[in-house]
Design a protein around this ligand. Structure first.
Ligand code: PLP
Length: 492
């Protein structure tokens, strides 16, 4: 067959425009290195959250892209003028909201070098070193966390995706239902598939259920005890009730380090039940899991080794820049059973290699293991442990100040580095919630720190999480002083 040319032929004499000349790039990158180092030195001079309104950034930028090339220096100038000051600074020592994290120096190096390689490690062949480094660094983490040798890890962008994949594997394990082949729609013979998680599980589990066609109604939220941990007896009753009604238990998600209070579900009891019922156990340890590298913290999360899958985020509390989430599975074949599909154009001859595309939905994947490798090597296990322990110590100190202060209370146990607390002015519960909301806004307006909130039952509580490598005791003292001052002002 003759194929007609679709485009006019380019003249062979015309030079190709190509990339920016390498010497220009080199100079710009020297400036970028200085900019990054200056940013890390001076980030505390910014308010953690920029004092801008929605639309301000966009209005300061041209509405259409440039037709002509612009010099790199001009672009970097604009970055410094318009972008850097107008973001929320997660790398700020005062960032203590949500789960505070750090893009550490070795991690930043890894990000830059990964961009230079621009490797797409979809297959071993398209990224041998990235594929093998991913397997290796995940295995280092596995060993440090005390997980069994059969656990195989790989890296995704987020825990949300890790949990989605784990639940996809759990669904594929219900082989008799042939969902991979036949789907779920238009099949009245299919039982409702049920997923169980505590009422404090992260919303990513709800999203996984809606994405996988399980449906939000089939995610059973199991009540928790006074310390916000899933009640295994209630879980057992829910599974029994569902089976009696002809529904099919698909997976249980235990949370180790819940989003609101960092509570730890009783994994050993849940695992025992899952074994008995032959139900997949996924552990969502997005924040706290990495702390298992400290044996005394691992002791606070027993049973991790009994999971079928476990997700944890080095980008949350192991100083690897966003994004980097590790999914461990006991039987990697389960993931392949769910997701592996090899079209002809991706077939390669190597046998007995990992092709990362087989482990999930996406084909392409970037080289995230490089930054993790650099962080692990630059800090070492002992350095990582010391930093995590330091954060837990700071959180405990802060908690002790709260506990000793009349008019404030701690609202949950503190197993790791996150403190839930609130002011308790003498007023009805709804007014107290309103008071704490105003207190949070007033304290955050100081700009030197940033806290977030959550709701525990009917109580609105404030959350302080230590996870940034630059957070100091002095800064916590400032936050505590500002909180008390604002509280006094609001009480009049
Ligand atoms: N699971 C838990 C327990 C979390 O706390 C979070 C986020 O804070 C997530 C999952 C979602 O993490 P990611 O942003 O990596 O999807």
């Amino acid at each position: 067959m003759k194929i007609a040319a679709q485009q006019p032929a380019a003249s062979p004499a015309e030079p190709q425009p190509g990339d920016i000349p390498v010497e220009v790039f080199r100079q710009a990158m020297h400036r970028v290195a200085d900019m990054i180092a200056d940013y890390l030195s001076n980030v505390a001079e910014y308010p953690v959250v920029p004092r801008i309104s929605p639309g301000d950034v966009r209005r300061a930028l041209p509405p259409s892209g440039p037709a002509a090339a612009e010099p790199l220096d001009a672009i970097l100038d604009d970055y410094q003028r318009l972008i850097e000051p107008n973001t929320t600074h997660w790398n700020h020592p005062g960032f203590m909201a949500y789960f505070a994290n750090t893009g550490s120096a070795p991690g930043i190096m890894g990000e830059a070098l990964a961009a230079a390689l621009n490797v797409n490690a979809m297959l071993w062949r398209t990224g041998p070193a990235p594929t093998e480094l991913e397997g290796l660094t995940c295995d280092w983490l596995r060993q440090w966390m005390g997980l069994p040798a059969e656990f195989k890890g790989h890296i995704n962008d987020t825990a949300s995706i890790g949990s989605l994949l784990a639940l996809g594997a759990a669904r594929a394990r219900l082989r008799d239902l042939q969902i991979r082949q036949k789907g779920m729609a238009g099949r009245p013979e299919l039982p409702a598939l049920r997923v169980y998680a505590s009422e404090h599980a992260h919303s990513s589990i709800d999203k996984a259920c809606l994405t996988l066609g399980v449906g939000l109604e089939n995610l059973r939220k199991i009540p928790a005890d006074q310390a916000y941990r899933m009640d295994p007896a209630a879980l057992a009753a829910a599974i029994a009730e569902d089976k009696a009604a002809g529904r099919r238990p698909m997976a249980v998600v235990a949370t180790v380090g819940t989003t609101s209070t960092t509570s730890v579900d009783p994994v050993p009891a849940i695992a025992e039940l899952c074994r008995r019922e032959q139900v997949w156990l996924h552990v969502d340890a997005a924040y706290a899991g990495v702390a298992a590298i400290c044996p005394e913290l691992r002791a606070q999360m027993p049973g991790l080794e009994q999971a079928d899958s476990l997700v944890t985020n080095p980008h949350k509390w192991l100083f690897v820049p966003v994004d980097c989430s590790v999914l461990f599975v006991r039987d990697e074949h389960a993931l392949k059973e769910a997701f592996s599909l090899v079209p002809e154009y991706l077939r390669t001859s190597e046998s007995r290699v990992t092709n990362l595309m087989d482990l999930g939905v996406q084909l392409g994947r970037r080289f995230r293991a490089l930054k993790m490798w650099m962080v692990f090597r630059a800090f070492g296990l002992e350095g990582l442990q010391a930093r995590i322990r330091g954060h837990c110590g700071l959180a405990r100190e802060f908690a002790a100040w709260v506990e000793a202060e009349p008019g404030f209370e701690l609202c949950a146990p503190i197993p790791f580095s996150t403190v839930c607390f609130r002011a308790t002015p003498p007023m009805p519960p709804a007014a107290q919630n309103d008071f704490n909301e105003r207190l949070l806004a007033a304290a955050n307006s100081d700009g030197s720190f940033f806290l977030s909130h959550t709701k525990l039952g009917e109580r609105l509580v404030l959350r302080l999480c230590v996870g940034n490598l630059r957070t100091s005791r002095e800064l916590l003292r400032t936050a505590w002083r500002v909180l008390r001052e604002k509280c006094a002002e609001l009480r009049g």
